[in-house]
Write a new protein. Structure first.
Length: 278
C-alpha cells in the first residue's frame, strides 16, 4: 500500500512519538503483517506505518470515541468544528460542559469529539489533562491562530480508517494482549515511569500508572515473548525500568519533552526502547 503523506496525529498527546519516528524506524521489524498498539494515544507510529491491519486501543474512552467519529462522521465533525471560536470565553464555556453530567450526556458523539479536538488545539501547551473526576482542567492557551479545523488531515485519517482493517477498543491493555497472535507486531507506549516526583504525569485518564502497574506490564511482555510475539516498548530510561527489562534488547534514545507546564523543563530526555528481537 502506498503511504498517504497527509496521515498524521490529529491530537497532541502526552508522550507523543512523532519526533522519534526516525529513531524508531530502524528498530522496527523488517516486515509487519498486522499491528497492535494497546496505548495508542496520538498514534504517531500508527500513522507513520499505516498498516493494513491494526488493533488500536486506549483506556481513554474519549480518545477512542474521537477516532471512531473521525472514521464514521468526518463531515459532521468538520462542520461542528467550524463553529468553534478561539477566545477564552468560548473555551471555558466548552470546557465546563463535563462539569454538568446531564449536559455532557445530552451531547451528540460528534459534539463530544469536536469538543476534545477543540480543547486540545486551544488549551495551554496542548496538554490534555483531566482531574480525578474525569473533568478536563487545562487552561486556555491564548494562541494566535490554532489549527482548529485541520480538514485535510481529518479526511486523510478518516479515509485510512475506512479503507483498511482497523479495530478500535477502549479496554485494559491485558485484554488486547491476551488475544494477539504470532503474526502481529505489538508496540507498547504506556504511561512512563516518572524520572522525578514532579514529572509523574498520568492525567490523560482517570487514575494513574504505578510501579506495580509497570511490573504487571512487564509480566505481560514476558507472556508475549513466551508466545513468540514480537514487541517493542518505550518508557523512561530509569533504573527501575532498565531492571524490569534487563532480559531484553535495550536501546537508549534521545527524545524532546515538548509538553511541560514549565517552559525551561522542556528539552532532551533519555528514553528506553525495549525489544524482544534483534
Amino acid at each position: 500500500m502506498r503511504k498517504n503523506g497527509l496521515l498524521a496525529p490529529v491530537l497532541k498527546w502526552v508522550g507523543g512519538k512523532r519526533q522519534l519516528i526516525d529513531v524508531f524506524t530502524p528498530l522496527l521489524p523488517k516486515k509487519i503483517k498486522s499491528y497492535c498498539e494497546p496505548f495508542v494515544g496520538g498514534g504517531a507510529l500508527l500513522f507513520h506505518l499505516q498498516p493494513n491491519i491494526a488493533y488500536i486501543n486506549d483506556i481513554n474512552t474519549d480518545l477512542i470515541d474521537v477516532y471512531t467519529i473521525i472514521r464514521d462522521n468526518v463531515d459532521e465533525l468538520i462542520e461542528e468544528l467550524k463553529k468553534y471560536k478561539n477566545n477564552s470565553e468560548f473555551f471555558y464555556h466548552i470546557r465546563k460542559w463535563d462539569r454538568d453530567k446531564d449536559k455532557y450526556n445530552s451531547l451528540s458523539n460528534v459534539e463530544k469529539a469536536a469538543r476534545i479536538l477543540y480543547l486540545n488545539k486551544t488549551c495551554y501547551n496542548g496538554l490534555y489533562r483531566v482531574n480525578n473526576a474525569g473533568e478536563f482542567n487545562s487552561p486556555f492557551g491564548d494562541y494566535k491562530n490554532p489549527n482548529i479545523v485541520n480538514e485535510p488531515v481529518l479526511r486523510a485519517v478518516s479515509s485510512y480508517f475506512n479503507n483498511e482493517t482497523i479495530y478500535f477498543s477502549s479496554k485494559d491493555y491485558s485484554e488486547i494482549l491476551s488475544r494477539v497472535d504470532g503474526d502481529t507486531f505489538v508496540y507498547l507506549d504506556p504511561p512512563y515511569d516518572p524520572v522525578s516526583e514532579t514529572s509523574n504525569f498520568t492525567g490523560y485518564s482517570k487514575g494513574g500508572f504505578s510501579k506495580g502497574d509497570q511490573v504487571r506490564l512487564r509480566e505481560w511482555c514476558d507472556d508475549l515473548d513466551r508466545r513468540g510475539i514480537k514487541f517493542m516498548l518505550s518508557n523512561s530510561a530509569t533504573s527501575f525500568i532498565k531492571e524490569q527489562y534487563a532480559a531484553y534488547n535495550l536501546s537508549v534514545v534521545q527524545a524532546k519533552r515538548s509538553i511541560n507546564s514549565v517552559g525551561n523543563k522542556r528539552g532532551d530526555v533519555d528514553e528506553l526502547v525495549v525489544r524482544n528481537y534483534e
